[in-house]
Design a protein around this ligand. Structure first.
Ligand SMILES: [Mn+2]
Length: 197
């Protein structure tokens, strides 16, 4: 079977982002988000626990505001998943995971349905992890859900440590992705309506 591998590149005046996703191979993970090592740490956890290979090379005008780069990495990653469905056909659609990390518990549920929707609930006790502003994770997930055209419910249920809450969330998103993007056994779209999106 052909490997389900997609490469997406996007360059603007603000950022340059290159993402390669391989859904047929696990463990080949290489993340470089210049100046935002905590985002790299989260993406590493996501791909590892999702069981897919991921390469990210990204840089941007973080001296202005890391917002642009965080959002664009989410967008390009989402675009890679959208293209994987376009190029390699229907997937199982649904994925769900609840992951603990020490005192924190986070949850992700995905429907690869073609209608972008993000529900995000996270109330971090600290504003940042290292020097990474945790509120930017909303921008990442928004970009990702919109570009991937998925329904994503991402919930940090509780926790005392923002790093743990965010890391548990990204592991959960990875796990949910791993399940949702398994190839569908049937070739027809998995909807009672007969079509998606
Ligand atoms: Mn960590």
């Amino acid at each position: 079977m052909k490997e389900r591998k997609v490469r997406v590149e996007r360059t603007t005046k603000e950022t340059a982002v290159e993402v390669t996703v391989n859904l047929s191979r696990k463990g080949d993970i290489e993340i470089g988000v210049v100046g935002l090592p905590f985002l790299g740490h989260l993406l590493q956890a996501m791909a590892f626990h999702g069981g897919f290979s991921l390469k990210v090379a990204a840089k941007g005008d973080i001296e202005v505001d890391p917002h642009h780069l965080v959002e664009d990495v989410g967008l390009v990653l989402g675009e890679a998943f959208a293209r994987a469905v376009q190029e390699f056909g229907p997937v199982r659609r649904f994925g769900h995971a609840v992951i603990p990390m020490d005192e924190a518990l986070s949850e992700a549920t995905i429907d690869v349905c073609g209608r972008p929707c993000l529900v995000y609930r996270a109330d971090y006790p600290q504003a940042s992890a290292g020097d990474f502003p945790l509120h930017l994770l909303r921008e990442f997930l928004t970009g990702f859900a919109n570009a991937a055209r998925i329904n994503l419910h991402a919930l940090c249920r509780y926790g005392e440590n923002g790093h743990h809450m965010a890391e548990a969330l990204f592991k959960a998103v990875g796990k949910a992705i791993g399940a949702a993007y398994e190839p569908a056994e049937e070739s027809a779209p998995l909807s009672t309506k007969g079509s998606l999106g």
